[in-house]
Design a protein. Structure first.
Length: 347
């Protein structure tokens, strides 16, 4: 990106400028101390020569000795200046390279964030365009009909409402994702029993579980985590929703939790269609959807749920992974510290 390249160049100049100013000050101080010592030595030697008694025939050589000392002092001064110039040139070269590497390293998170934001914007624009294009095409076709019956109009409106519902789901997902891009609010962080998280998430999907005759097994005792209640309920709800989507009727979904040291391990297991190994590295990416041909059912969604889940886990300094075999179901595993740690404080 040009803006990052420009910022890297400017930051490199700033770093290099600071280095060269410090190098210049150091060189000036070193020159002052060294030249003072050289001058003092020359003065002592000159005074010694002046006090040294010499025969009359060697008296003319006294001035020659003094002149030689002055020439040596001038030579030492030139050599000192040359050494300092070489030192500053080496500092310029090494400092320039170090400044560039430091600038690149400093701006790398910003560059990654900008690239991610660019991909996110492009993906979101594409996903938003799809239902809008469908609505526009249907309306244009209907307007070309000279005799549009009330039944056809109702079908058109029904189709448009379905597309609007898709837009609402997409915008809602984008808003939730944007919300979870920020750090946790300290005022919302509290200690929550994992069983309560399970119960609230189950309430959201109780009707679907009943309609699909899916058996739900819950295994949780006194485990508790410290974090944001709303986001953690959202996390469990997303994984439970995902399990229901890809599970056949009359199958089983299991929610479980156990504490291991200072880590609480939460898992959501289903007996669904599973995930291909080639898809697993990407399922937590925004807008990524695995091959729908693996499921006999049409599964709606925009590939935001697992991305939101991962962001929630990251905000709680945890880890999320999945074990899955096509045809044998999937198990999502979450590891969250029992005690959430803020950067500058601890609960």
């Amino acid at each position: 990106m040009k803006i990052v390249q420009s910022a890297t160049f400017k930051l490199t100049l700033w770093y290099l400028g600071i280095i060269m100013v410090l190098s210049g000050l150091f060189s000036f101080a070193l020159y002052s101390v060294s030249y003072t010592q050289l001058s003092a030595n020359a003065v002592r030697q000159r005074n010694a020569i002046q006090r040294l008694p010499l025969p009359l025939n060697l008296e003319p050589n006294r001035q020659a000795f003094t002149t030689a000392l002055d020439n040596q002092l001038a030579e030492d001064q030139r050599y000192l200046i040359l050494q300092l110039l070489v030192l500053n040139l080496a500092t310029l070269l090494v400092g320039g390279a170090a400044s560039y590497l430091l600038s690149v390293r400093t701006l790398k998170p910003i560059e990654d964030a900008m690239e991610a934001q660019g991909r996110f914007t492009a993906d979101a624009s594409h996903e938003l365009r799809t239902p809008l294009t469908a609505m526009r095409s249907e309306i244009e076709v209907a307007l070309r009909e000279k005799q549009l019956t009330s039944g056809e109009a109702r079908l058109l409106l029904k189709s448009n409402l379905e597309e609007i519902a898709k837009l609402e789901n997409l915008s809602g997902g984008l808003l939730r994702l944007a919300r979870f891009e920020n750090s946790l609010d300290a005022s919302e962080v509290a200690r929550i029993p994992v069983r309560e998280l399970f119960e609230e998430a189950i309430d959201r999907h109780q009707a679907r579980l009943s309609n699909r005759h899916i058996e739900l097994e819950v295994a949780a005792e006194n485990e508790a985590v410290t974090g944001d209640r709303a986001s953690l309920v959202e996390l469990v709800s997303i994984l439970l929703d995902n399990a229901i989507k890809y599970s056949p009727d009359k199958s089983k979904v299991k929610l479980s939790a156990r504490k291991s040291g200072q880590i609480v391990r939460i898992s959501v297991a289903d007996q669904g269609v599973g995930i291909n190994a080639s898809d697993i590295p990407f399922i937590f990416h925004r807008f990524y959807r695995a091959d729908r041909s693996r499921s006999k059912e049409v599964v709606d969604g925009y590939g935001l749920g697992l991305s939101i889940a991962k962001r929630i886990v990251d905000l709680h300094h945890g880890d999320i992974s999945v074990d899955s075999t096509p045809g044998n179901g999937s198990t999502f595993r979450i590891k969250i510290p029992a005690n959430y740690q803020f950067k500058n404080s601890a609960l």
